[in-house]
Design a protein around this ligand. Structure first.
Ligand code: NAP
Length: 301
C-alpha cells in the first residue's frame, strides 16, 4: 500500500492561520505586535532568498518586521553592537542573524550576543540548555526540529513508547530532535536512538524505527528495505542533485532530493514527507511561532 504523503505546506499553512489569530488577539488585548529583525551580512543568493521568505511570512502574519542588510565586510564588533541595539529595542522580540557569516566573523560570538529571550532560532547555549531540561524550563524550540515534531503529531502518529531513530547528530537537527522526542510530555515520550557515521549497522537500527527521522545530507542514503512497514518517515535532507528549467519562469532551478529513496520508500512506509514540500515549509513557520512566543513572554503572558 502506498504511504500517506505528509504535506508540509498544508500543515505549515494551518499553523500560520493559528498564529495569525494569536497575533490579532495580542494586538487587541495588549496593543503589541510581534517584532522580528532579520540581519543579513553580505548578499549570498541562498541567504537572500531565505531572509526574503522569512520577511514575507512575518509580514503576512502582521508582525512588525525589519530587514537589516549589512555589507559583507562589516567588522565583527560593529555586528555585535548592532545586535545589542536590537537586544535593547522593545519593539523587537526576535532577532535572527542569517547564517553562514563571512569568515572574519566568529559565529559563536554572534549567537552568544543575542539576548536568549530574543533568540528565536534557538541556537543560544542558554536556550539549548533549557531545551535539555525540558518541561516549563523550555523557552523556544529550534525551528527545524519543532517543525518535524509538528509534522509527526499532526499526522496522527503516536510518539509515546514509539521507537524513534534519528539519523544524524548535528546541533541544529539531529541532537535537538532526539532530545525533544525523549522528553516527558505530549508529542514525545519516545525511545530514541541516534545514529551517525560511526554507527556499525545503520540498516538494523533504521529497521526498528516506528518513526524514522533522517537528517544526514546524503541523497538516497536510506534504502527502502531499511524501513519498517507502516513507519512514519521524516526526510529532512535537502540535497541539490542537478538543475532543471522551471516550467513557470523558464529559469534554471535546482533539482532537490532527500536522504530517503522516496519513490521506493513510499510503498513501504505508513507516511512519508516529500522533498521538497515536507520539512522545508515548516522551518520558517516555526520561526514565526517562536517570535509570537517571544512577544508573549515579553508582555508577561
Ligand atoms: P550536518 O551538520 O552535515 O550533519 C549531518 C549528520 O549526518 C552528521 O551527524 C553525520 O554524522 C550524519 N551522517 C552523514 N552521512 C552519514 C552516513 N552515511 N551515515 C550515517 N550518518 C551520516 O547536517 P545538518 O545541518 O543536520 O543537515 C542535514 C540535512 O538536512 C542536510 O541535507 C540539510 O540541507 C537538511 N536540512 C534541512 C532543513 C530544512 O528546513 N528542510 C533544515 C536544516 C537542515 P557525523 O556526525 O558522524 O559526521
Amino acid at each position: 500500500m502506498s504511504a500517506k504523503i505528509i504535506d508540509g505546506k498544508a500543515i505549515a499553512a494551518e499553523i500560520r492561520e493559528e498564529l495569525k489569530k494569536e497575533v490579532e488577539e495580542m494586538k487587541e488585548q495588549h496593543g503589541v505586535v510581534p517584532g522580528l529583525v532579520t540581519i543579513l551580512v553580505g548578499q549570498n543568493p541562498a541567504s537572500v532568498s531565505y531572509v526574503t521568505a522569512k520577511q514575507k511570512t512575518a509580514h503576512e502574519l502582521g508582525f512588525y518586521s525589519v530587514q537589516d542588510d549589512q555589507p559583507e565586510d562589516i567588522p565583527e564588533d560593529e555586528l555585535l553592537n548592532l545586535i545589542d541595539k536590537y537586544n535593547n529595542d522593545p519593539k523587537i522580540h526576535g532577532i535572527l542573524v542569517q547564517l553562514p557569516l563571512p569568515k572574519h566573523i566568529n559565529e559563536k560570538k554572534v549567537i552568544n550576543a543575542i539576548d536568549p529571550d530574543k533568540d528565536v532560532d534557538c541556537f543560544h547555549p542558554v536556550n539549548l540548555g533549557r531545551l535539555v531540561i525540558g518541561g516549563e524550563e523550555t523557552r523556544f524550540l529550534p525551528c527545524t526540529p519543532a517543525g518535524i515534531q509538528e509534522l509527526i503529531v499532526r499526522s496522527g502518529f503516536e510518539t509515546s513508547g514509539a521507537e524513534v531513530v534519528v539519523v544524524g547528530r548535528s546541533n541544529i537537527v539531529g541532537k535537538p530532535i532526539a532530545i525533544m522526542m525523549m522528553q516527558k510530555g505530549p508529542g514525545a515520550n519516545a525511545t530514541v536512538t541516534v545514529v551517525h557515521t560511526r554507527t556499525k549497522d545503520l540498516a538494523s537500527h533504521c529497521k526498528r524505527a516506528d518513526i524514522l527521522i533522517v537528517a544526514a545530507g546524503v541523497p538516497g542514503l536510506v534504502k527502502p528495505e531499511w524501513i519498517k512497514p507502516g513507519a512514519c518517515v521524516i526526510d529532512v535532507g535537502v540535497n541539490r542533485v542537478g538543475e532543471k528549467k522551471s516550467e513557470k519562469t523558464g529559469r534554471m532551478i535546482p533539482i532537490l532530493k532527500g536522504d530517503v529513496d522516496f519513490d521506493a520508500a513510499k510503498e513501504i512506509a505508513g507516511a512519508i514527507t516529500p522533498v521538497p514540500g515536507g520539512v522545508g515549509p515548516m522551518t520558517i513557520t516555526m520561526l514565526m511561532k517562536n517570535t509570537v512566543r517571544a512577544a508573549q513572554y515579553a508582555i508577561g503572558k
